[in-house]
Design a protein around this ligand. Structure first.
Ligand code: HEM
Length: 532
């Protein structure tokens, strides 16, 4: 017998001799004691400003810095309820009530969170290299997004992807080269809407916008072109995959914050991801294989680019699938959601709609359609799009949060490594200290006059940065801006947008927060052609 097994036997004998002390009563009291200790610790942690996750840090070396104010929420789960429903509105109201608009702390069960509703603090967070990572979301990992730009950990791989995307998909030359495709889709939209408007006094616009932006991304990314009026099974399948992915990523997953729940998958998120991923893999792999077979083609789409860089940049096939899937995924809904908000505002604000149409008549005239080179001359339209982004940013909490890579100081407060950071852009953009009459729709505030320079919404001025800012700012913002302004210009040039008679002329601006913040009730309108 070896020495170690002899020692083990002695331990077993020693334990057995103590077993007589393990009566049922003793076990019961021990468990009760453990339960009480656990209960008091939970209360002790919970009593800390910001709730339980912050309480666990109370004895850290950093306790000398001022505590960040914040709600305690409930023991154990903290403020999970803040993140359900219209989270941006709840967080803004809570921060205001606690006087914590610069910085508020709260707990999502075990996860420490900070959130700011102030542009200066937002700038510090978004532009700091410490916050260049994203928090881990189980659904994002299950859906392969950890190998795509949005959720890839900050580092060499992420930098490589951003470089490839900005050189080959989002650079001005590439955006220009897809102009004719956006023009084609715009005229297909006009055709569909004209024929629907001719037979019906009111119509929904959402599905047309979604399919239009999906088709546009399919063209730029996969080099696939579809007619908007044909119901193509490939487009329908991809649309259903994107919708399911959107739903999954937009859900607050309890297992992300309470790891002991992960095994049970109580919201069936892992199960749904595991059903979705093979379908995405099959879909994208088929397109990649077709590109490999036709590698001699003259025009390069993004699939060709990734395949040509595969060796040099060390990208596996599954990396390529993740990147392509993300581009389709990110580029589709955001654009459609924003255009729907803009058109809804136009239906309600008739004077502003008329001003845009007068501008279009002056710059473009009625004899031809709008082209993208008209956009820089359409200053009022540009101001309207900015005003809608202010009132209805598609990502009110900037969609995807940031993660502190190391301990750091934010606005004079110590913030430990691993803390999730959010910026409430919705609240900043409606702050009366920053914007006069913030709830009013006044596009004129963005018209540069005299010494006023044009207000950039691309991330340099955090009073309005709907595309985020810093290292992880949205790489698709120029493409999104070009698409949105051009399509909105076309739709307003072609039609007068009126309230639907079926809905007593009312437009409902209620919001629903999924991955993006959408109109809760799809816009219904009546259209009158302007150019016939
Ligand atoms: C109206 C349209 C859009 C809005 C409002 C929007 C907004 C945003 C926001 C707020 C972020 C997070 C930025 C941050 O953390 O600072 C983001 C990230 C991202 N967006 Fe967009 N986006 C739009 C369109 C697009 C398009 C068209 C694409 C691509 C085709 C795209 C691709 C991405 C990607 C890949 C990221 C992750 C970047 C990273 O983590 O490095 N977005 N977007």
């Amino acid at each position: 017998m070896s020495l170690s097994s002899e020692t083990e036997s002695l331990w077993v004998l020693a334990l057995a001799s103590k077993c007589s002390a393990l009566t049922k009563q003793n076990i019961f009291f021990s468990l009760l004691l453990l339960l009480l200790i656990w209960f008091f610790l939970s209360i002790f942690y919970w009593a800390h400003p910001g709730g339980p996750a912050w309480g666990r840090r109370r004895n850290s070396s950093s306790s000398s810095s001022a505590t960040i104010p914040g709600p305690r929420g409930l023991p154990l789960i903290g403020s999970m309820s803040l993140m359900t429903g219209l989270a941006h509105q709840k967080i803004a109201a809570m921060a205001k009530s606690l006087g914590a608009t610069r910085l508020m702390a709260f707990s999502l069960a075990n996860t420490r969170v900070i959130v700011t509703c102030h542009p200066d603090v937002a700038k510090d967070i978004l532009n700091s290299s410490v916050f260049a990572d994203r928090p881990i979301k189980e659904s994002a990992y299950s859906l392969m997004f950890n190998r795509a730009i949005g959720f890839a950990p900050y580092g060499l791989y992420w930098r490589t992807l951003r470089r490839i995307a900005s050189h080959h998909l989002f650079c001005p030359k590439q955006i220009k080269s897809s102009e004719s495709q956006r023009r084609q889709i715009a005229s297909q939209m006009v055709k569909i809407l004209s024929s629907t408007a001719a037979t019906s006094s009111s119509l929904h616009i959402r599905q047309t916008l979604k399919t239009a932006s999906l088709n546009s991304m399919m063209g730029s990314v996969f080099g696939r072109f579809y007619n908007l009026s044909d119901s193509n099974p490939e487009v329908q399948l991809l649309q259903s995959l994107v919708d399911e992915g959107y739903d999954l990523l937009g859900l607050l997953n309890w297992s992300d914050h309470l790891p002991f729940l992960a095994d049970f998958d109580p919201q069936k998120i892992r199960f749904r991801c595991s059903r979705l991923v093979p379908q995405v893999n099959r879909f994208v792999t088929r397109i990649i294989n077709q590109h490999r077979e036709n590698s001699s083609q003259q025009t390069m789409d993004f699939v060709d680019v990734l395949l040509s860089l595969q060796q040099n940049d060390n990208l596996s096939d599954s990396d390529i699938i993740s990147v392509l899937w993300e581009m389709i995924f990110r580029g589709t809904d955001t654009v459609a959601v924003l255009i729907e908000w803009i058109l809804a505002r136009m239906v309600v604000h008739k004077e502003e709609q008329q001003k845009i149409q007068e501008e279009l008549d002056k710059v473009v005239g009625r004899s031809r359609a709008v082209v993208e080179s008209d956009i820089p001359s359409l200053v009022y339209l540009t101001a309207v799009v900015k005003e809608v982004l202010r009132l209805h940013p598609p990502g009110p909490l900037l969609s995807w949060a940031r993660l502190a890579i190391t301990d750091t100081i934010v606005d004079g407060h110590h913030v430990p490594r691993g803390t999730t950071a959010m910026v409430n852009m919705w609240s900043i953009a409606r702050d009366p200290q920053i914007w006069s009459d913030p709830l009013e729709f006044i596009p004129e505030r963005f018209l540069s006059s005299g010494a006023n320079l044009e207000f950039s919404i691309m991330g340099s001025d955090l009073r309005l940065a709907p595309f985020g800012s810093g290292r992880r700012t949205c790489p698709g913002k120029a493409l999104a801006w070009t698409t949105v302004t051009f399509w909105v210009a076309t739709l307003l040039h072609e039609f007068k947008w009126l309230p639907s008679p079926d809905q007593n002329d009312a437009v409902d601006f209620s919001e629903v927060l999924k991955l993006s913040c959408e109109m809760a009730n799809p816009l219904t309108v009546k259209l009158c052609p302007r150019r016939t």
